[in-house]
Design a protein around this ligand. Sequence first.
Ligand code: SF4
Length: 203
Amino acid sequence: MITQEAAGWELPDWQRQQADLITDPAELFAQLGLTPQDLPASLAAAGDFPLRVPRRYVDLIERGNPNDPLLRQVLSAPEERQLQQGYSADPLEEAEHTAVPGLLHKYHGRALLVVTGACAVHCRYCFRRHFPYQTHLSGKRWEQALEWLAARPDINEVILSGGDPLTLNNRRLEQLLEALAGIPHLRRLRIHSRTPVVIPERL
Ligand code: SF4
């Protein structure tokens, strides 16, 4: 087998961290010395939205403290499965505002691109945990979304979102940013990301 080193290339540190996340609640429980009796409920709660947490973030969590606020953001918990009256799987009603696949248009002057379904961390409070990410931008959908933006001079702001746009590699991001820069009426770009918080090396 040819290793990355032998082939003369190596993944940047942030990509290595992203490829080596903790995804098994049992490993997280063991690493943090949490009460094993709580593990089955956590495993069940991770079912439709798996655990994903970078290891260096876990290093910041207090061992043996199930209420550490950093832990509560990432550990699947049984409360997530309780149905609450008045709450919905699509709280922002984004499904109704898909202009073309991967592009949401809800507010005047602004469009949001769902550039990926991937995140460096799964936040338990995520309002897109049930988002149909099969519609995120890929292949021909990029062209379709860029054509839509180019034909809409009333849009002056684009938000890169997902998922987390900073999970894309630099080459992909550069391609996208160059394409957006070529649309003259776009004035503002916003990037919605949590990656700088959990893998600061990304920046
Ligand atoms: S990084 Fe953003 S999109 Fe991803 S799970 Fe967290 S809140 Fe949701």
